[in-house]
Each structure stands twice: as C-alpha cells, then as structure tokens.
Design a binder for this molecule. Sequence first.
Ligand code: B12
Ligand code: SF4
Length: 488
Amino acid sequence: MRILFVIPEIFGKAESYTRKDLAYIGFPSLTAAVIAALTPADIALDVVDEAISPFAGPENIALCRDADLVAISLNMTYKAKRAAELARQFRELGKRVIFGGVHVTSLYDFHRERFEKEIAPFADAVVIEEAELVWPKLIEDFQRGTLQKIYRSGRPEPRDIPAAKHGVQDTRAFLVKNSVQATRGCPFNCDFCSVTSFNGRVFRTRDEGAVILEVRKILESVERSGCRGVEKFSKSFVAFVDDNIAFNKNYFARLCLELEKVRSDFPAFRWGGQTTLGVIEKTVEIGGRTEKLADLMTRSGCAAMFVGIESVSKASLESVGKNFNQTERFSEQIGKFHDCGIMLNAGMIVGLDGDDESVFDGIFEFLVKNKVEISLINIQIPLPGTALYRRYKKEGRLIDDDWEHYDGRRVVFQPSRMTPERLERGFFELWESLYSNVSIIERLLSPAQICRALKSPAKLLQTCSRVRMNARYGEIASRIKAARFSGR
Ligand code: B12
Ligand code: SF4
C-alpha cells in the first residue's frame, strides 16, 4: 500500500508569499515526518509539501497515480480552499482522501456548520485532534474496507509521540532545514491563539533523552554527508517547532544541559525555538546549583528565539489575555537575550482592541530602539476555534469569512479604534519601513555592533547574514504592499 501525504500551500496570488519567500522565512513543518513515523513499516509514504514543490509538477502527479490513499494536512486556516481544491482533484482521480490538522479540528469542534460545508464533502475520513492514537487504526480500517468518517484521537501521552522520521521530506530548499518537537501544548490560552484549544492546556514534555537522540541523528547524518564551512553550519541548525518550549523551566533546563553535551560533540550545532521574553530572567535549581536559564541557553547553542511580544501597549495585551508580558521589562529582557548572543524574531500584532493609529509608530520605535533583528508583524487574525473568534462573532465584528484572507496580511474584522483600511495601510507601511535601509542600519549596524562583528569571521558572517535576511524581508514587504495597493 502507498499513501501520499500532501501539505497544501497557496502561491501565484500577487499578495501571497512566493515559494522562495517561504523557504527563506520558514522552516519545514514536522507534520509529515511524524505521520511517517506512525505509519507501519510495510506501507510506503510519499510526501508533497507545496511550499517546496507545487502539485502541478509531473513527479507529483505520478506520485498521486500510484497512491492508494491521499492524506491532506490542513493546519493553517488560510489554506482551506486550496486543500479542498486538491481533495476534489484527487477524488476525481478515484482516490480516497483523509483530512487532518488544526483547522479541520477547529471547524469540527467549534464551527460544525462550516465543517459540514467545507470539509465533509471533500473527505472520506477526517482525523480530529492529534493523530498518534488513531493513525494506525485508520490505515487498518482502510485496508479492511471499513473506513469510518471521523477518527477522534484525543491527546497522546508524551511517550506515544514518536521520534519524527526525518528524511521523508526533502527540506533542502528551506534556509532552516531541520525541525524537531520536544513539547506540546501551552497553558497560557491567549485569546487569539489556537494552541491551547488544539494541543491543550496541559504542557506535555517528551523524554529529553528521546529528543536528544533525534537531534543527534540529524547531526550524525550531517557529519556523514561530509559538508563543511557555512553549509555545515546551515545543515546543523535545528528549529524546535514547540509553541512555548521553555514553559516548564525545569524540563527546559534539563534539555539545555543535554543540548550543551550535543554541542560539545558537534561544534557546528545551533538551535532556535519559540518562547516568551520573561524566560531570560528565570533561574532554576538543577544538579544542586542555581542556574540562570540565560546561561544554559547560551551554553546549549541557542542562536535565535521567536518571542511573542505582540504589543507594546498594556491595554492591547490585556485585550487578548496576554498581560503576563510585562511591557515595562521588555527593553531589559531584550538586552539580556542580546547579551547572550541570541538573535530575536519578535512576533508583533497590529489591530488589537487597545490599538489606535499610534500603534504603527509605537511598534516601529520600539523595535528600532531595542535593535530587534527580525520581526514577524501580523494583522490580528481571529482564528476559528479561538476565544477571539467567538467574541468577534458575538459582537458582529467579523467582516470577511473567506478563510484565505486569514493569513495575517488582511483585515477580516472590524477594528475597535480605526477603520479596516487604515489598519491595513498602517500595517504595510510599518512592515516596509521596518525593513528599509535606514532601519536595517539602525537596528543591525551601529558602531558597537560593527566593532563586535569585526572581532571574528563567525560574527562577521552572522551580521552579514542578518543584514541579508532583513533586506530580503524588505523586498517581500514592498512587493506585497505594491500588489495590495495597486489600482487603489
Ligand atoms: C512549521 C510552521 C510553519 C511554517 C510552515 C512550513 C510549511 N512548509 O508548511 C512557516 C514558518 C512557513 C509557518 C508560517 C505560518 N504559520 Co505556521 N506553524 C508552524 C508550526 C510552528 C509547526 C508545525 C509542525 O510541524 N507541528 C508539529 C506537528 C507534529 O504537529 P501538527 O502539525 O499539529 O500535526 C499533528 C496533528 O495536527 C495531526 N495532523 C496534522 N495534519 C494532519 C493530516 C492528516 C491527514 C492527519 C491524519 C493528521 C494530521 O497529526 C499530527 C500528529 O499529531 C505550527 C505550530 C505547531 N506547534 O504545530 C504553526 C502553525 C501551524 N502556524 C500557524 C500560522 C497562523 C501561520 C501563519 C499564518 C502566521 C502568520 N500570520 O504569518 C504563517 C503563514 C505563512 C503564509 N504562507 O502566509 C498556526 C495555524 C493556526 C490556524 N488555524 O491557521 C499554527 C498552528 C501556530 C499557531 N498556533 O498559531 N508556519
Ligand atoms: S500565544 Fe504563545 S503563550 Fe499564548 S497561548 Fe499561544 S503559544 Fe501560549
């Protein structure tokens, strides 16, 4: 038996990212590699991630011809239409189609009428929640001809989450080539975030030993490939896809200590993850000593962190239940990350209920003043399944129900303190000015930063690559802004 696992993506629209943009901005999704690890060894699983290779290509069509079953991952809401379109085409070819992922689960659990209209007609079976506990049973049912319509898996215990089968997907196109997951869930439940409703409030941690083994295997394969220099550094970078990797500080400290050992065996190893700013100030009792998480992160090879800062306004943070972010401590916390040599990618949101037109200048000044290296700025998205969506629906503030527009670059709700047009224009102007040459120089090339960069070839290379990355983000912002506003 052969299964084709497809991750849809949207391209070809003036306002969307191009394949090159995504490869630059993103890192590979781990979904296919985890599903592959859950698939019995005698079953072949081919993967097509449209972020790398569009389905229209001849090899992919051939893969589809050979498949007995097609599985489509629908994690991101904005891909819903593309996923349905692909499913329709597969079914026309006589294939049976399975859906799974965050968006599918959100619709099934919270917006059943849309599930019935948008998913059910295209799916022979649907996996609700995480797949670990039901995927082998689904395959067995398919082989016996007893496929059911809905498989609800519940949340697996950490021991049931397998090591991902790296290598099922060709990730060479991505700037960051390796993803690993150590934990699932987040207890914070911020109003706009779908993690808590999908992965749960209980923070589940995989055995550190198993996670480390997975990382070591990736690095051993880099060693075997014989690559060197910049290529070796690039291939030895691991992105943790965890939504809040440091939530349990004791677990995180143990993980860092193990990663430090990995680094001493593989000096090119570096890693990045996603966390909250406050982590950098925490300490932990471990091995009879008090350790700063900042030191553990530095020693373990942490090179970059995505931090959900979201807003510099207390009122706005409060409006989405994220007041554990302490605005008055932001500058100091960012400075501490920088002192550890950790580059920040700040997640910022515009259009929160406390935001008026001053939000754009406020965020710009904050990011420049604190020399934040990269920022992923988004317009707030009321994602299905979240408290934010339910509140806006109740208040009659959802103005666009086309899921394709729920990508963070469009306004799909009525903002509270400005017009949708003002919000969208302000967002694009902020995005573009943040990546203008002046801003890049101010954030990355101050005299002190240049002096530091000149101290070693590695630091110089790092600075050059950050500047290149910013310039690329600038091109993306300008292109999409021009596309959005042409003809207006
Ligand atoms: C990797 C990733 C990306 C990569 C994607 C690369 C790619 N090729 O697809 C990049 C960085 C590009 C990206 C971008 C964005 N992302 Co993203 N991303 C992730 C991330 C961090 C990891 C995904 C992953 O590997 N998870 C680990 C695997 C094991 O878990 P899983 O995918 O949930 O899979 C399990 C189940 O869902 C289920 N399952 C999933 N699919 C299927 C399919 C079948 C058939 C079956 C049976 C089961 C099944 O089984 C798996 C095992 O249990 C997730 C967060 C997360 N922790 O999941 C966000 C996440 C998917 N992203 C999200 C969002 C919102 C975005 C952006 C829109 C953010 C933005 N505003 O810019 C952008 C979109 C970019 C664009 N084109 O416009 C949201 C989606 C929520 C939603 N409802 O839309 C998530 C969930 C994060 C969050 N909670 O906010 N992202
Ligand atoms: S935004 Fe971050 S901190 Fe808040 S619930 Fe989501 S993952 Fe947790």
